[in-house]
Design a protein around this ligand. Structure first.
Ligand SMILES: *Cc1c(COP(=O)(O)O)cnc(C)c1O
Length: 434
C-alpha cells in the first residue's frame, strides 16, 4: 500500500516511510491510495475472532509488505495487551472503555503501535536517529512517552504547558527519563504547538536532526484506532439492532479511523462527532461552512481543538461530498455545565463513573437517539480516559473519592524531571546541542 500527500505535491511512499516521515515534504497529510474492502464472511463471523486476529486482518492491507506478517502479529499482540470492556449503561446504551492501557487514555493503542512499527524500521535498516517532537495538552505526551520508552534509535521530546496539565498527566510525562525528555513551556498549549510547527519547517534544524511527530497525523497512530470500532461491533449485545457509535472528538483522528472502518465494510449505521464548545465540526455539519477557530479551554481538555488536523482526511473519505458525509456523521457540542450534569446523570442512574470526555460522548449519543425516536438502535459511546486522569472535576462533581488504578501505584512518588523553556530559540538550541 502506498500513501500520497493530500497537498498533492510530494511523491507517494510506502507504509514505513510514511510512518517515519509523519507529514509529507509538502506539509500534507498522508492518505492511503485505496481503502480495501473486507470479506463479507469476516464481518459475519467476527464474533469468532480474537481482538488480535481482528486487528491483524484489518491493518494488514494498510501495512502491505513493509512488515512481514509474523512480525506484524507480534506487534499487534504487544500493542493490544489490555482489555476493552463494554459496560452497559441501560437497555440501549453502553460505554466502550478504551482507557485500560498503561497511561489510562485511548491514545495508548496508537502510540504503542506506532512505536513498534518504528522499532522494526530501525532494526531492518541502519537509520539516522529519529527525534519525535510532540506538543501535548495532556494525554498525548504520556502515551507517547510510555509507548516509545527505551525504543532503540528514537528520542522523544515533549513540550507541555507549565501548570496546565493535571498532576497525573505531568507525572506520566516527566518521570520516565532515558530517551524521554519533557520540556516545560511557560505558556499555553497553542504556544507549545506553534514551537513544534516552527521546528518542523526550520531547514537548518531539520538538516541536522531527523524530526517526526507522533500525533494522529501519523498514519500508524491514526489507522490503528480502527481496532476500537471492530471491537465495538463484535461485542455489541443486540446484533439485530442498528449500531450507532459516539466518539468524543478533538483532532478527529479517532472518528476518522472509524470512518475508514466503515468504508472497509464495517456495518456501523451512524457515527456521532461529540465535542465540547470547540464545535468547529458540529457547526460545519449544521451549516456546511468550515470555520476553524481559536481553541477554548474546557474540562474535557484533550478535545480543546479549534482546527482539527484530520478533518481534511474525513472530507477525502467522502470525496468532499457534504451530503454523503451528513448521511453517516452527525455532530453535537456541549458546554462544561452540560458535561457535569451528564457525569451526575450517568452516576445516579447507572452507578457508572465517566470522565468528562466520556460524558460528552454520552451526551452526543443520547441527543442523536432522541432525535431518531427509534427503538431499533443500539448505541455505544467511547470512554476515552480513566476518570482518575480528571480527578478534581470528577470528584468535586460527584462528591466521591476515586480509587487509583494499578497503573498509578508507583508513578505518583517518582521525581519530576523537566527542563524549562520559554521560546523557540531555546527549543532549537536544545535540539541542536544534544
Ligand atoms: C485525544 C483525546 C480525545 C480526542 O481524540 P481525537 O482523535 O483527537 O479526536 C478524546 N478524549 C481523550 C481522553 C483524549 O485523550
Amino acid at each position: 500500500m502506498n500513501y500520497s500527500s493530500l497537498n498533492y505535491n510530494s511523491s507517494a511512499v510506502s507504509f514505513l516511510e510514511a510512518v517515519r516521515k509523519g507529514l509529507a515534504p509538502d506539509r500534507g497529510l498522508y492518505y492511503p491510495e485505496s481503502i480495501p474492502k473486507l470479506p463479507k464472511d469476516f464481518i459475519k463471523n467476527i464474533g469468532k475472532y480474537s481482538n488480535h486476529e481482528i486487528a491483524l486482518t484489518v491493518i494488514k492491507p494498510f501495512v502491505g509488505s513493509d512488515i512481514p506478517e509474523a512480525r506484524l502479529k507480534e506487534i499487534i499482540e504487544d500493542t493490544l495487551n489490555f482489555d476493552f470492556p463494554l459496560i452497559p449503561i441501560n437497555n440501549s446504551i453502553a460505554s466502550l472503555e478504551l482507557f485500560q492501557g498503561p497511561t489510562l487514555a485511548f491514545k495508548d493503542v496508537g502510540a504503542r503501535f506506532m512505536a513498534r512499527c518504528l522499532a522494526y524500521a530501525n532494526e531492518i535498516e541502519e537509520q539516522k536517529k529519529l527525534t519525535i517532537l510532540v506538543a501535548t495538552s495532556g494525554d498525548t505526551g504520556g502515551a507517547v512517552a510510555d509507548g516509545f520508552y527505551k525504543v532503540k534509535g528514537i528520542d522523544v521530546v515533549i513540550l507541555y504547558p507549565k501548570g496546565k496539565v493535571s498532576e497525573v498527566q505531568e507525572k506520566q510525562l516527566t518521570t520516565l527519563g532515558e530517551n524521554i525528555t519533557a520540556l516545560e513551556v511557560d505558556g499555553t498549549f497553542d504556544d507549545c504547538q506553534d514551537m513544534v510547527k516552527t521546528a518542523f519547517i526550520d531547514p537548518e534544524l531539520t538538516n541536522e536532526v531527523a524530526l517526526t511527530s507522533a500525533n494522529s497525523i501519523n498514519i500508524a497512530r491514526w489507522l490503528s484506532q480502527m481496532f476500537y470500532y471492530f471491537i465495538a461491533y463484535k461485542n455489541r449485545p443486540k446484533s439485530n439492532n442498528k449500531l450507532v457509535v459516539s466518539v468524543p472528538s478533538g483532532n478527529f483522528g479517532n472518528l476518522c479511523a472509524g470512518l475508514v472502518a466503515h468504508k472497509m465494510g464495517l456495518p456501523i449505521t451512524h457515527f456521532i462527532a461529540s465535542t465540547n464548545v470547540n464545535d468547529t465540526v458540529p457547526s460545519y455539519l449544521e451549516t456546511g461552512n468550515y470555520n476553524p477557530k481559536k481553541s477554548v479551554s474546557t474540562i474535557s481538555n484533550a478535545m480543546d481543538v479549534g482546527d482539527p488536523s484530520n478533518f481534511i482526511r474525513i472530507q477525502k473519505l467522502f470525496n468532499n461530498d457534504f451530503h454523503k458525509l451528513k448521511k453517516v456523521v452527525s455532530g453535537y457540542s456541549f458546554t462544561d455545565n452540560e458535561t457535569k450534569k451528564a457525569l451526575k446523570e450517568i452516576y445516579n442512574n447507572s452507578h457508572y463513573i465517566a470522565d468528562p470526555h466520556g460524558a460528552v460522548s454520552y451526551l452526543g449519543l443520547k441527543a442523536y437517539l432522541e432525535d431518531q425516536n427509534n427503538e431499533d438502535f443500539y448505541g455505544i459511546f467511547f470512554e476515552t480516559a480513566h476518570p482518575i486522569k480528571f480527578a478534581p472535576t470528577v470528584e468535586s462533581t460527584l462528591k466521591i473519592k476515586l480509587d487509583p488504578p494499578p497503573q498509578l501505584k508507583n508513578i505518583m512518588e517518582k521525581t519530576k524531571l523537566s527542563l524549562p523553556i520559554n521560546d523557540y530559540q531555546s527549543l532549537r538550541n536544545f535540539l541542536l546541542e544534544r
